[in-house]
Design a protein around this ligand. Structure first.
Ligand code: ZN
Length: 302
């Protein structure tokens, strides 16, 4: 590590908008605290829905990757992030969809090759801290599961000179980031957001449908078990209260993806202040000593 090295966060995500929803406050805070922040997104989100009815046209779906790239740029400006990269895979769509069988997509891509692409960015950027998703990808989307596997694989292998040696011939050096986090939603956080939504007369998207059959209830419970984690599993809570305005502004830049009716937006900015002013993580791997619980992803780093 040379003297010019600035402590660096690399946030690894699946689609444009995931970065703001999951880690936007943490990214804005890291920028404000003088860290270097680099976003790496696996896909361009070409198969996303378009939630604005007037914009939901075949022409816009054909160029959705471009539209979302522009939205991402605007969102990054809100967060103060100046570096973002893309692994170049196609959006996989939901499990079982037609797009999910496209050989160009992230889900079908050779895993070793995909990890190699992220290893190349890790060696170039030299992040100290990386974030990714849990093994369920947070909610089961194929690209999010891939993001877990690729993020973990790159964290483990980028420092190994035997891994992807052709990159070293190109002048890169092995680089082992110090810490890897999985973003997480705690059950207490979910419950408090559910309560806030109920107060507003809205039924939370985290609750099963009111007319759910016993099978659907069981399925929903199993899903929630993997999508959220017990509070005791959370190792790191980052206070983002001072960055909520920026996170809100950034999320509003993902125009085609997130309407004010979307589950994330139902609470409004004031509701976020009361129920969502921390972003939570599980420290998955660490190469430096640190004491749990933490309040900073850079804890333990000079
Ligand atoms: Zn996504």
């Amino acid at each position: 590590m040379n003297s010019e090295h600035r402590l660096t966060l690399m946030a690894v995500h699946a689609h444009p908008d995931d970065e703001t929803i999951g880690t936007g406050g943490t990214m804005a805070r890291a920028v404000a605290e003088g860290r270097r922040v680099v976003l790496v997104t696996g896909t361009r989100g070409e198969l996303g829905e378009i939630v604005v009815p007037e914009m939901d046209t075949p022409a816009n779906h054909r160029r959705l990757g471009e539209i979302r790239a522009a939205e991402l740029e605007a969102a990054m400006t809100e967060l103060g992030v100046t570096e973002w990269e893309n692994l170049g895979y196609r959006d996989s769509g939901m499990m079982g969809d037609e797009g999910n069988r496209d050989p160009r997509n992230y889900w079908q891509a050779n895993l070793d090759e995909a990890i190699g692409r992220l290893v190349w960015f890790v060696r170039r950027v030299q992040p100290d801290v990386m974030t990714t998703y849990n093994d369920f990808g947070g909610y089961g989307h194929p690209d999010h599961i891939r993001t877990h596997l690729v993020g973990l694989g790159a964290f483990l292998r980028a420092g190994d000179p035997e891994a992807y040696p052709e990159q070293l011939a190109d002048g890169l050096e092995p680089w082992a980031p110090a810490k890897l986090y999985e973003q997480a939603i705690s059950r207490a956080q979910r419950d408090s957001m559910n309560e806030r939504m109920a107060e507003l007369g809205r039924r939370s998207f985290w609750l099963p449908p009111e007319d759910a059959t016993p099978e659907q209830l069981a399925e929903h419970a199993a899903f929630m078990d993997r999508a959220t984690v017990s509070d005791s599993a959370i190792t790191t809570r980052v206070d983002i209260a001072d960055y909520l305005d920026q996170k809100w502004a950034a999320i509003r830049r993902h125009v085609t993806q997130i309407s004010l009716e979307s589950p994330f937006m139902l609470l409004g900015l004031e509701g976020w202040r009361e129920a969502w002013s921390t972003e939570s993580y599980i420290l998955r791997e660490s190469r430096v000593p640190t004491s749990i619980p933490e309040t900073d992803l850079f804890a333990g780093l000079a």
